[in-house]
Unconditional design. Structure first.
Length: 449
């Protein structure tokens, strides 16, 4: 027997759930297929547990600052196991909330691995499900490099499963996952080395952000190891050694974390049965409306190769549901001006073009940059204050703001409102004409000269 639906969603991560819920509210009969816990990477082994760890590390920093304000020492040692127990319980509650939300919206949830039989049919454990529209939203997974001894290392998934604090860690990678994990581990008392193939972390971010983060990491005691090409992992006894291609070794490690990229979960979906051929890297190509090369099949989220951010997948899925089931034929996600935050210590907030990108796109003469660097007021009594840096990138005679970048305390919360301003086409004069809220760090963005 084959069951028929208006919409079938492959993948129960944030994007898939958002698509199914929105379509169901528009009256579509929906089925969602997911083999793992609801919420996908973000809820279970990504954004949510990462942010909880980041909160814990931030509390440690606040306790240190509190001593400068006259408080007696506030915190003892960090109880890694207790934190994991509380974190796992919180995530289970979120899994339940997602299940309840889908049920309330009338979405049928099938637990299992879905695989295409043809372009309108997906099979799960021998049962066929057909739909007029199928959305592929199966996300991505951490990449493990093909080097000897790679299995001795952990990915970000394994990091969240750790029951105890590691002593000495090598984080291999230079992207946002690598720097976030390195930062949390160091703030929670681990000895950390950041092993990067390139000369610096966060390729593609504004140079001010990269340089500020490297300075902060050096101050925090993270050992930055640029231009290292990893050849493998060895285990000579009870500890691990990271091997480089030039013959050097980083020894005495108890944990190696691979954070060298992610690969799309498309290899076991039977895409060929649906007439879909992913690229050599496994990503599914779509147009700006999330259409694949096969009519009636769509793709959203990480596996499209676009910005791998939870809000992007959610927004793309909801707009797709509006287009398909709510009579909004032009509804789609605008992939320009996507704000993003890197949860390091200090946090980084960025939206729009970096300074080099603005030069390349608009020409060096058309670009004017404003920047500032200061110690936030919370650090007033600190002997070694954590500093904040901000940059505005503007273009043209009207000085339209095309990029805004912050590294420092509160960057994560400050960015959201200013991202709205950039989306609306704000100019430097618009910011200048906005009254400052004093004393705050955010006011620096409307008083910059």
């Amino acid at each position: 027997m084959t069951e028929h639906y208006d919409l079938l969603v492959l993948g129960g991560g944030s994007g898939g759930i958002a698509t199914a819920n929105r379509a169901s509210r528009h009256g579509a009969r929906c089925v969602l297929i997911e083999k793992g816990p609801l919420g996908g990477t973000c809820v279970n082994v990504g954004c949510v547990p990462k942010k909880l760890f980041w909160n814990a590390a931030s509390m440690r920093q606040c306790a240190q600052t509190a001593r400068d304000y006259g408080f007696a020492p506030l915190l003892g040692d960090f109880d890694w196991a207790a934190h994991k127990h509380a974190r796992d319980a919180y995530i289970r509650r979120l899994n339940g909330r997602y299940a309840a939300g889908l049920a309330d919206n009338g979405v049928t949830v099938i637990a299992g691995h879905g695989r295409f039989v043809d372009r309108r049919t997906v099979e799960v454990a021998g049962v066929h499900y057909q739909a007029d529209h199928i959305v592929v939203a199966t996300g991505s997974r951490p990449l493990v490099p093909d080097v000897p001894g790679a299995a001795w290392g952990l990915t970000s998934d394994g990091f969240f499963a750790l029951h105890a604090r590691p002593r000495k860690v090598a984080v291999v990678g230079g992207g946002y996952i690598a720097v976030e994990l390195a930062s949390v581990l160091r703030e929670l008392g681990c000895e950390v080395s950041l092993v990067m193939r390139g000369a610096y972390p966060l390729k593609g971010f504004d140079p001010m952000l990269r340089e500020g983060l490297m300075d902060a990491f050096c101050t925090a005691g993270i050992d930055l190891l640029p231009s290292r090409h990893v050849a493998g992992i060895d285990k000579p006894g009870t500890t691990l050694s990271l091997l480089y291609k030039d013959g050097e070794t980083l020894s005495g490690l108890d944990t190696v974390l691979w954070a060298v990229g992610r690969i799309p979960n498309t290899d076991a979906l039977g895409l060929d049965q649906a007439g879909l051929t992913p690229g050599t890297d496994g990503f599914i190509d779509t147009d700006l409306f999330q259409n694949t090369a096969v009519p009636g099949i769509y793709a959203i989220g990480d596996l499209t190769g676009r910005a791998a951010l939870t809000p992007v997948a959610i927004a793309a899925g909801r707009r797709l549901a509006d287009r398909l089931f709510n009579g909004e034929p032009d509804r789609r996600l605008d992939y320009d001006l996507i704000p993003t935050v890197v949860f390091t210590h200090p946090p980084i907030g960025s939206v729009g073009l970096s300074e080099p990108e603005a030069h390349e796109r608009h020409g060096r003469d058309a670009v004017k940059v404003y920047h500032t660097r200061f110690a936030p007021m919370t650090q007033a009594f600190s002997q070694e204050p954590h500093r904040t840096a901000m940059k505005l990138v503007t273009v043209g005679r009207e000085e339209r703001v095309v990029g805004l970048h912050i590294i420092g305390e509160g960057a994560d919360e400050i960015l959201q409102g200013f991202a709205v301003a950039l989306k609306m086409g704000a100019t430097k004069k618009d910011l200048d004409d906005t009254l400052a809220i004093h004393p705050t760090s955010a006011e620096e963005l409307v008083t910059m000269r």
